[in-house]
Design a protein around this ligand. Structure first.
Ligand SMILES: NC(=O)c1ccc[n+]([C@@H]2O[C@H](COP(=O)([O-])OP(=O)(O)OC[C@H]3O[C@@H](n4cnc5c(N)ncnc54)[C@H](OP(=O)(O)O)[C@@H]3O)[C@@H](O)[C@H]2O)c1
Length: 274
């Protein structure tokens, strides 16, 4: 999996999707992260069909990730939901398919049925993998407890875990666990929805390197082998966010950024999902 890509949460509307994808592909983004719940798969698929010839690209040049929505947990629903996503994205196969959330929509967080639903979804993911409809399978928002349970029954282990991860929410134990079990971590909300860009430590390190705060935050993750998928609708930000491979953070920079951990998260919390 590529270490760098484009997030598309809350990116909707055909024209905007097209402008953002055009800017991102032109800036050498090759991974696109979406989800059925983002409701933009059709617009992304339509846009890519126009952009491939325009930018002299093929389907195989692009890594497409999408996710199984919480309402589609379960064997049959998960299988059909994946085929629907492939159809909407007009992509023939997915490079990565993730279970978006360890719970099922409309079940209480502590409902034990969440376990059987996600287990059945994983069986469907394994079938999709074996049939070549998805090149790799993984999960999102799983805790160590959910991952251990998954490994206890998985025939095919997850290759990726996508979770919230940034200096204010550095899930070190989870990262270590993933490394030990050969699961690649991909970070979301690396910029803290824009809020981490205002942190004085991040700004100070950015100034020292002649880089932008966003670039420091993305580099902090990538330098640890963690993938990033920043989202932006601004062409300048899209370009900036991709320019992170021409500098290195020193160990003192990394220590200062690691020291910002305050258990502050900006997205949903899966820790109490049964
Ligand atoms: N699996 C999950 O449950 C889950 C949850 C959340 C997110 N995700 C994925 O992760 C992606 C990224 O996370 P996110 O969208 O929550 O947040 P994010 O990438 O941390 O931040 C996006 C915000 O930062 C701003 N921004 C981006 N680049 C900037 C720059 N260089 N300078 C200044 N501002 C900048 C954007 O505004 P502008 O448009 O103005 O640039 C936008 O408001 C999502 O799009 C989605 O694909 C997955």
């Amino acid at each position: 999996m590529l270490l760098f890509g484009l997030g598309t949460h809350q990116l909707t509307g055909g024209d905007l999707v097209h402008r953002v994808l055009e800017a991102a592909l032109a800036a050498n983004y090759r991974l696109i992260d979406t989800a059925s719940v983002y409701r933009n798969e059709t617009d992304i698929g339509t846009s890519l069909q126009k952009l491939y010839p325009q930018l002299n690209l093929n389907r195989s040049d692009i890594f497409i990730t999408t996710k199984l929505g919480p309402k589609d947990q379960g064997y049959d629903k998960a299988y059909r939901a994946c085929l629907k996503s492939i159809e909407k994205l007009q992509c023939e196969y997915l490079d990565l398919y993730l279970i978006h959330w360890p719970g099922r929509q409309k079940l209480k967080h502590d409902d034990e049925q969440n376990r059987s639903y996600r287990k059945e979804s994983w069986r469907a993911m394994e079938r999709l993998y074996k049939e070549g409809k998805v090149k790799s399978i993984g999960v999102s928002n799983y805790t160590i407890r959910h991952l251990e349970e998954l490994l206890s029954h998985a025939e095919i282990p997850p290759s990726v875990l996508q979770v919230e991860f940034h200096p204010y929410y550095r899930q070190q134990e989870l990262l270590d666990w993933c490394k030990e079990h050969n699961i690649r971590m991909q970070a979301y909300t690396s910029l803290g929805k824009g809020k981490l860009l205002l942190d004085p430590v991040v700004i100070q390190i950015a100034k020292k390197h002649g880089k932008k705060p966003s670039q420091v935050l993305l580099k902090w993750a990538v330098q640890q082998g963690i993938g990033v998928i920043p989202k932006s609708t601004n062409p300048e930000h899209i370009q900036d966010n991709s320019a992170i491979f021409d500098f290195e953070l020193c160990s003192q920079d990394m220590d200062m950024l690691n020291g910002l951990h305050s258990n502050t998260k900006y997205c949903w919390d899966p820790s109490d999902i049964a």
